[in-house]
Design a binder for this molecule. Structure first.
Ligand code: F6P
Length: 328
C-alpha cells in the first residue's frame, strides 16, 4: 500500500449521470475503510481552482446511493484549460494536502486529468460516468443502464398514443456522437427502425422500411433516432420529409432530452458505481496513476486514461444484427 497517499480528493465533472452519487459514496467509504482522509471537491475543476473542498467521512455520504445528479455538483471550466488555471488548481490541492484525485466523469474530465498529471505528476484515477456509454475500456459507463430504462419507459408510453392514433413517432434520444442509447433502447422498446451515427441508413431506405412495415400490417411505428445520427436531417426535418413522401402516417416527434439524465439510478448502476469506487481508491493505494477503472468481461479492469480517451467505444455488431432481425 502506498504510504504517500494520505488524502484523496473526489470530484464529478462534465454532464451529470445517474449513479454519480453512488460512485462518490463508494470512493468516500473506501477511503474511510483504509483510514485515508477524503475531501469532496465541489463543481469539478472549477472547484479545485477555488479551493472548494469539504472533508467527507463515511456518514457524509449517507442516503445518496439512490439519488440522481451529483451532490458535489458539476461544471465545465474554461480556466482549467489554461496553464495558469492548472497552476492555481495545483497550488490549492497542495495547500489542502490532497495527494491524489479520483475524477468521475467522461472523456473531457479524463483529458483534463491527463494534462494535469503530465504537468504536475499528480496521481489521478478516472471513473467513467456518462449516460452516453462512449468510453473505451468499459462495456458500461455509470448512468447508461438507468438512461436506457428511462428511455424504454418513455417509448412504451409513447407507443400507447402511437397505436391508439395509428401514428408514426420519431423519438430522439441522447448519446452525443454515438448510438449506444438508441440501439439498446430501440431493441428493448421494440422500435420499428433505429437510426444511429454508426450506420447511415439513408433516407430512401428509411422510407422503404416504413412502407414495408405498413404493408406488413403495422398501423403505427416508432423510429428511434440518436441525436448524433448522420442521416442528414434532424427529427423535425425527418417528420416533414416522411409526411411529404408518405400519406399513410400521421407523424409526430418527441425529443426526450434531459429527462434521460435524471432520476434514481438502477440497481445495475449502483452496483457498478460501488465496484468502481472501491477499485479506484485501491488502485491509487497500489501506487498507480493515470488509469480508468472499467467493467470488462464482468471484472474490474484498468485501462490507461490515454487509451480511454483516444479509443472509440464500438457499437455492438451482434446487437445491430439482432435489431435488424427484430425490425423485420
Ligand atoms: O454527455 C451526456 C449528454 O447528455 C449527451 O448525451 C448530450 O449530447 C449532452 O450531454 C447534452 O449536454 P448539455 O446538458 O450541456 O446540453
Amino acid at each position: 500500500m502506498s504510504k504517500n497517499i494520505k488524502k484523496i480528493g473526489v470530484m464529478t465533472s462534465g454532464g451529470d449521470a445517474p449513479g454519480m452519487n453512488a460512485a462518490i459514496r463508494s470512493v468516500v467509504r473506501t477511503c474511510a475503510y483504509y483510514n485515508i482522509e477524503c475531501v469532496g471537491i465541489y463543481r469539478g475543476f472549477e472547484g479545485i481552482m477555488e479551493g472548494d473542498f469539504r472533508s467527507m467521512d463515511a456518514r457524509s455520504v449517507k442516503g445518496i446511493v439512490n439519488k440522481g445528479g451529483t451532490v458535489l455538483k458539476s461544471a465545465r471550466s474554461k480556466e482549467f484549460r489554461t496553464p495558469e488555471g492548472r497552476k492555481i488548481a495545483h497550488d490549492q490541492l497542495k495547500s489542502a494536502n490532497v495527494d491524489a484525485l479520483v475524477v468521475i466523469g467522461g472523456d473531457g474530465t479524463f483529458n483534463g486529468g491527463l494534462v494535469f498529471n503530465k504537468e504536475y505528476d499528480f496521481p489521478i484515477i478516472g471513473i467513467p460516468c456518462t449516460i452516453d456509454n462512449d468510453i473505451f475500456g468499459t462495456t458500461h459507463t455509470i448512468g447508461f443502464d438507468t438512461a436506457l430504462n428511462t428511455v424504454v419507459d418513455c417509448i412504451d408510453k409513447i407507443r400507447d398514443t402511437a397505436s391508439s392514433h395509428n401514428r408514426l413517432f420519431f423519438v430522439e434520444v441522447m448519446g452525443r456522437d454515438v448510438g449506444h442509447i438508441a440501439l439498446n433502447a430501440g431493441v428493448g422498446a421494440g422500435a420499428e427502425e433505429i437510426l444511429i451515427p454508426e450506420e447511415n441508413l439513408g433516407l430512401d431506405r428509411l422510407l422503404e422500411s416504413l412502407h414495408r412495415s405498413k404493408r406488413s400490417g403495422k398501423s403505427s411505428s416508432i423510429v428511434v433516432v440518436a441525436e448524433g445520427d448522420k442521416i442528414g436531417k434532424n427529427v423535425f426535418e425527418l417528420k416533414d420529409y416522411v409526411e411529404a413522401n408518405m400519406d399513410e402516417y400521421d407523424v409526430r416527434v418527441s425529443v426526450l432530452g434531459h429527462m434521460q439524465r435524471g432520476g434514481s439510478p438502477s440497481c445495475f448502476d449502483r452496483v457498478l458505481a460501488s465496484r468502481m469506487g472501491v477499485k479506484a481508491v485501491e488502485t491509487l493505494l497500489e501506487g498507480k496513476t493515470n488509469y480508468m477503472v472499467g467493467l470488462l468481461n464482468e471484472k474490474m479492469e484498468l485501462t490507461h486514461l490515454r487509451e480511454a480517451v483516444k479509443g472509440k467505444s464500438k457499437i455492438d455488431r451482434e446487437l445491430l444484427r439482432v435489431s435488424e432481425i427484430m425490425t423485420t
